[in-house]
Design a binder for this molecule. Structure first.
Ligand code: GDD
Ligand code: MG
Length: 350
């Protein structure tokens, strides 16, 4: 049985204030936590057991998923009292693995939306007799990611995490946040301190001439780490542009939970998601947005490219563009929110 480690312990700083109470991987994208989409993808590839590497708000995961009874994959938790970094988290989670030293372990960043063929990546790891296989994708501007140049045979030449100089921008291939590790490689990561897999483990493996391969896949990929990306990821899922085993047969211009009450004169477009028990008034126009459960949107209000968290109340005739509204916030009638506005939990805005 294939085992995996899911890294879900980051603070989600760039998604504040949404992540004050909810860790990033648990925020709903098209109605499911990113973690739900990832578990479904892993299950499809034959993963039967996942160790969740948690730290920030660790309890939220266990409350939601338990031991995986509902998702059909066995889940266990490796909780870090102090965040151990990505490499430290992988090492810490390894204590809960049951596989042997030469077996493959799938490792996933918790905020990545993808349809990656995980089983295919494991096969490439096997074929190359690799220590680590990295899933790579190509992006226009690689600066915010780990750059991973490879040679003609796919062997990784360097790992340059978030380069700061122009000379370091040597490729458009980036680390897409999913790896296949040989178990024994994980066991050699130091266990007594924080370690970054990107800044320390990968460069050390390369310096020691270990077999690290990169597999470029040009299928759908998105890091959900910023509000803009989060709204795009949700809309892409709703419209069927991003794949997820959880949404098969339910994609379209919008995804509205059956318990939501949306006035028939409201316009809901662009892959907007409307959560459980939300209420949307007459003539409201909601485009490319994510509306969490229990939200109220007044009549005539226009919301574009925004995220509205649980139980926020937006009165009538407001204009809201590129905005993040945290839980239970209140937006008063006629408000016009500038793009980039962040509204905090329980805040009231005119
Ligand atoms: N358990 C645990 N402990 N998890 C952590 C910790 C920690 O101390 N720090 C980060 N994580 C988790 C986060 O929750 C997230 O799921 C994942 O590790 C990656 O962290 P991010 O904060 O999202 O990193 P990033 O997006 O800036 O960069 C990473 O992902 C890019 C692709 O999306 C790097 O791996 C880059 O190389 C990569 O290109
Ligand atoms: Mg990220």
């Amino acid at each position: 049985m294939l085992e995996a480690i899911l890294l879900v312990g980051g603070q989600g700083t760039r998604l504040r204030p949404l992540t004050i109470s909810t860790p990033k991987p648990m925020l709903p994208v098209a109605g499911y936590a990113c973690t739900d989409h990832q578990i479904a993808l892993a299950k499809k590839a034959g993963v039967g057991r996942i160790v969740m590497g948690t730290s920030y708000r660790a309890e939220v995961f266990e409350e939601h998923f338990g031991h995986g009874e509902k998702v059909g994959v066995e889940l266990v938790y490796a909780v870090e009292d102090e965040p151990l970094g990505t490499g430290g988290a992988i090492r810490n989670a390894a204590a809960h693995l049951t596989c042997g030293p030469n077996d493959p372990v799938v490792v996933f960043n918790g905020d990545v939306l993808t349809g990656l063929d995980i089983a295919g990546l494991v096969q490439k790891w096997r074929d190359a007799d690799a220590d680590v296989a990295l899933y790579l994708t190509r992006v226009e501007d690689p600066r915010a990611y780990g750059l991973v140049p490879t040679d003609a045979n796919g062997r990784v030449l360097e790992f340059l995490e978030k380069p700061t100089t122009l000379e370091e921008i040597v490729t458009d291939q980036i680390n897409a946040g999913c790896y296949i590790f040989k178990r024994s490689v994980i066991d050699s990561i130091p266990s007594d301190r924080p370690v970054s897999v990107e800044r320390e483990t990968f460069p050390e493996l390369l310096a020691a001439d270990r077999m690290v391969i990169g597999v470029v896949d040009d299928g759908y990929w998105l890091d959900l780490g910023t509000p803009l990306a989060f709204a795009k990821g949700s809309a892409d899922l709703v419209r069927g542009i991003a794949p997820s085993p959880l949404l098969t047969g339910r994609t379209g211009e919008s995804l509205i939970e059956p318990t939501a009450k949306v006035d028939s004169s409201a316009s809901i477009t662009g892959g907007t998601y409307i959560g459980h028990n939300a209420i949307v008034g007459a003539g409201a126009v909601i485009d490319r947005s994510v509306i969490f459960a229990d939200v109220e949107v007044g009549s005539g209000t226009k919301i574009t490219n925004s995220i509205v968290s649980t139980a926020a109340k937006i009165s009538s005739d407001c204009t809201i563009v590129d905005t993040v509204i945290a839980e239970r916030a209140q937006i008063n009638a006629g408000a016009n929110l500038e793009p980039g506005t962040l509204v905090f939990p329980d805040e009231s805005v005119n």
